[in-house]
Design a protein around this ligand. Structure first.
Ligand code: OSB
Ligand code: MG
Length: 369
């Protein structure tokens, strides 16, 4: 297959609920969408970048620049026998993983459609439904967060993750635990602490959390290992794992006992598959994280999360947790048993609602060979 043309777009969708983490607050979901054309088909991918370089170093502007000027030209017109080759072809560009993931996903979608197979099958997924949870941001007060937890538990979410940061941690978890003694609960610090804060985590260790996500610096596998050695609760790495070999090193060092896999952070689905396999070979469970993706990115993440070593519920909530109106039809819905159905249809594009994409597009450009 040869990709004949690519359309890049920046989209902006209002989030139903502002999302606050230790690094900042988002009220609008932005992304760079990639639509690749080949053989009369369209493939869609999402680079779920934010406006500011707070989660990782990328932004909407860097993704746009790197896609338009480097990544897309490297793929246009070149023969691609399998979507895994896209990663090799893009390797000459250092980092810029979210930008790469958006383009690679569009090519996976093209291949799925051409083969008449689901992305799940192409990736080697085995489940028809995946267990999902909900990730809740920092709220102005603890009672407000407790009300949000309650609302999502009532809707059927069976696992809740709450964001923590210094000053919004132990009291928050204690109160949620008090109200929901049996709720599968986990926390995410997005790198907001240092090893000197270990006593905070030793206190959190008493609340039977599923895991503690990315407590320390993204570049600090060594201190994560020291922290993990002091805790019964599993440390889970998100920001620190940007390459499959990071997972191997983190596991060897004892920096974590669980890994969060996000194709966007790792540079695409191929890197996510390799990370899944590295973790599986070491007996380390993984789960699928999210970046508040639109349905376009979410459908690909759902397909990935159907692989066997995804053994914990994903941050893969239903469309209505994020948006009044998602970019796909039908939207992602939560089943009564707290799962989400993994799409069995061939590719993502048939579900993309172009009219809605057009309405939220703030910038677009065609790139041709
Ligand atoms: O750290 O997992 C994170 C959203 C944006 C940036 C980073 C993170 C998140 C989430 C949201 O936790 C997960 C979701 O998409 O529901
Ligand atoms: Mg995280």
């Amino acid at each position: 297959m040869r990709v004949e043309a690519v359309e890049l777009r920046v989209v902006e969708l209002p989030l139903r609920f502002p999302f606050e983490t230790s690094f900042g607050r988002e009220e609008v979901k932005r992304a760079v969408l990639v639509c690749a054309q080949a053989e009369g088909l369209e493939g869609w991918g999402e680079a779920p970048v934010m406006a500011a370089p707070l989660y990782n170093e990328e932004t909407v502007e860097t993704a746009w620049h790197v896609l338009r000027d480097f990544l897309v030209p490297a793929v246009l017109g070149a023969p691609v026998a399998h979507p895994r080759e896209v990663r090799e072809r893009l390797r000459f560009v250092r980092r810029h993983h979210m930008a790469k993931a958006g383009l690679e996903a569009a090519v996976w979608d093209l291949f799925a459609q051409r083969a008449g197979r689901s992305l799940r099958d192409l990736l080697g997924g085995v489940r028809e439904r995946v267990e999902v949870g909900v990730s809740l941001g920092i709220e102005p007060t603890v009672p407000e967060l407790v009300r949000r937890v309650e609302a999502f538990v009532r809707r059927g979410y069976r696992r809740v993750k709450v964001k923590i940061r210094p000053g919004w941690d132990v009291d928050v978890v204690r109160e949620i635990r008090h109200q929901f003694p049996d709720l599968p609960l986990q926390v995410d610090a997005n790198s907001a602490y240092a090893l000197e804060d270990a006593p905070v985590f030793e206190t959190l260790d008493e609340f039977g959390l599923l895991l503690i996500e990315q407590p320390l610096g993204e570049d600090d596998l060594v201190d994560h290992a020291k922290l993990q050695a002091r805790l019964r609760t599993a440390v889970c790495l998100d920001e620190s794992i940007v390459h499959p070999h990071d997972a191997r090193k983190a596991i060897e060092l004892g920096s974590c006992r669980v890994v969060n896999i996000k194709p966007a952070r790792l540079g695409g689905l191929a890197a996510a598959l390799d990370t899944h396999d590295v973790c599986a070979s070491h007996g380390i469970p993984v789960w699928c994280g999210g970046m508040l993706e639109t349905g376009i990115g979410r459908l690909a993440n759902l397909a990935l999360a159907s692989l066997p070593n995804f053994r914990l519920p994903g941050d893969l909530s239903a469309s209505d947790r994020y948006f009044e109106e998602d970019l796909i039809e039908p939207p992602v819905v939560l089943e009564p048993d707290g799962t989400v159905r993994v799409p069995a249809e061939a590719g993502i594009a048939p579900r993309v609602r172009r009219d809605r994409v057009d309405r939220v597009t703030v910038r677009r450009e065609w790139i041709r060979a």
